[in-house]
Ligand binder design. Structure first.
Ligand code: C5P
Length: 422
């Protein structure tokens, strides 16, 4: 039969494969690594899912895959060089890409090389990818991808931990065989895994607390005995920082007043560092009036030395011991409760070793709070320093006992409750 076996004329077909990314603006940063070639497939799938994708590359990435590939897949120009110029006018083309930082709904860096992760952790901005990551206030997600030994190196692990603490999304690498022949973690995860991560992010970032002004306190306080010694407690600040991060991710305008901790400042959060309960009170009172929500997660010291010495107290001459007179610190939450204005939502935290729920309920009404979060302090739930926590969220209508969860998840559950009460 005439024509049989001959290829048919090309038809225009829709690349669409679902709508779950319809209209989502994704800025993809591609950095140097053998897995860069896989990003082409990733782009294709994101476009098929309805996303609007723009690509920027580091110079090293262009050694592994040509910008033209991404340009053909996205039908958009691809930024590779911060300093490139329009030959006719001499104006900088590269810097025009900066608008992508505000254009996008999220920035995804995949593959994210060890080098780029190190730059991000330190805020370096020497190429288009790092400039845009630094300028972007939307979620930034990295997919660390490199040879297994580079991934497992302490420096890389530290940089990833820093980024995670600041609130970058981290897609853990897959394990398997590497181009080098090594076997281990560091491979770019399957496109499906990355796509699912993004979908979850878009589902979660409903921005349901958009523009809500929220004050969070965190950490312990240090109450000086003399210039070199102090009284404090075991609070790490992790719960308060998680609350600040989660609120900022949901669109709130967050001020974080924190005692001395060693934690990275979450992205898009205004941080104020204080030392003592008195300092914390002053910082809180100063900004309290503008807040819609105030959550006091700090473990403020209840007592402070009444008369801190202005010189180091000598060891000798104390007759083998030292007596300190302590005074009560200001009850910040109590004061906020007394002065509470209509429309302000006040959230307190409590840590009890016994009769938790009844004590917390009593505190809720005594301190004029809207919500109190009870930390269940047990051997299994040490609260302080841990990345997990078991809490009961109590308001005037009832209580919700949560299982042991990551602190960021606990934070989101607390925010869900706050959201309902707003
Ligand atoms: O009464 P209790 O100290 O257990 O209450 C704990 C709550 O009170 C926490 O939210 C904590 O931040 C706050 N607090 C305070 N000022 C203090 C002590 C605790 O605001 N001096």
């Amino acid at each position: 039969m005439a024509g049989e076996g001959r290829p048919r004329a090309a038809e225009r077909v829709s690349l669409s494969a679902g709508t779950h990314m319809r209209g989502k603006r994704i800025l993809l940063g591609v950095t140097g690594g053998i897995a860069a070639y896989k990003s082409a497939y990733l782009v294709r799938e994101l476009v098929r899912a309805g996303a609007d994708v723009r690509v920027v590359m580091t110079e090293a990435a262009t050694e592994f895959i040509a910008p033209l590939t991404f340009s053909a897949l996205t039908k958009q120009p691809v930024g590779t060089d911060l300093w490139s110029r329009d030959q006719a006018t001499g104006s900088a083309i590269g810097t025009r890409h900066i608008h992508l930082a505000t254009w996008c709904d999220c920035m995804l860096i995949a593959p994210a090389s060890a080098n780029t992760l190190a730059k991000l952790a330190h805020g370096l901005s020497d190429n288009l990818v790092t400039v845009l990551a630094l300028a972007c206030r939307k979620p930034v997600i990295v997919a660390p991808t490199m040879d297994a030994d580079m991934f497992l190196n302490e420096a890389t692990q530290h940089n990833i931990a820093v980024l995670r603490e600041r609130g970058f999304g981290v897609i853990p690498p897959a394990e398997g065989e590497h181009a080098s022949g090594l076997y281990g973690p560091g491979r770019l995860p399957e496109v499906e895994v990355i796509r699912a991560f993004l979908k979850k992010l878009f589902d979660r970032t409903a921005e349901d607390l958009r523009k809500v002004k929220m004050l969070v306190t965190a950490g312990p306080t240090h109450e000086p005995i003399d210039p070199v010694r102090y009284i404090s407690n075991r609070s790490s600040g992790k719960m308060g920082f998680a609350l600040a991060l989660a609120a900022a991710q949901r669109g709130a305008e967050v001020t974080l007043v924190t005692g001395p901790v060693s934690l990275e400042t979450p992205r898009n959060v205004k941080r104020i560092d204080v030392e003592t309960a008195e300092h914390m009170r002053a910082a809180v009172v100063k900004v309290a009036r503008q807040q819609r929500v105030i959550a006091m997660a700090a473990a403020v010291a209840d007592y402070a030395p009444a008369l801190p010495a202005d010189r180091k107290i000598k060891k000798d001459g104390q007759n083998g011991g030292l007596e300190l007179t302590l005074k009560s610190t200001p009850d910040i939450l109590g004061e906020l409760g007394r002065k509470k204005r209509k429309g302000t939502l006040l959230v307190g935290f409590a840590l009890e070793t016994n009769d938790g729920v009844s004590n917390a309920k009593e505190k809720l009404s005594k301190k004029n709070l809207d919500v109190i979060v009870l930390n269940a302090y047990t051997a299994q739930n040490p609260v302080f320093g841990s990345d997990r926590n078991t809490v009961t969220i109590i308001d005037r209508k009832g209580e919700e006992e949560l299982p042991s969860l990551e602190k960021i998840e606990v934070a989101n559950r607390i925010l869900n409750r706050i959201r309902k009460l707003l």
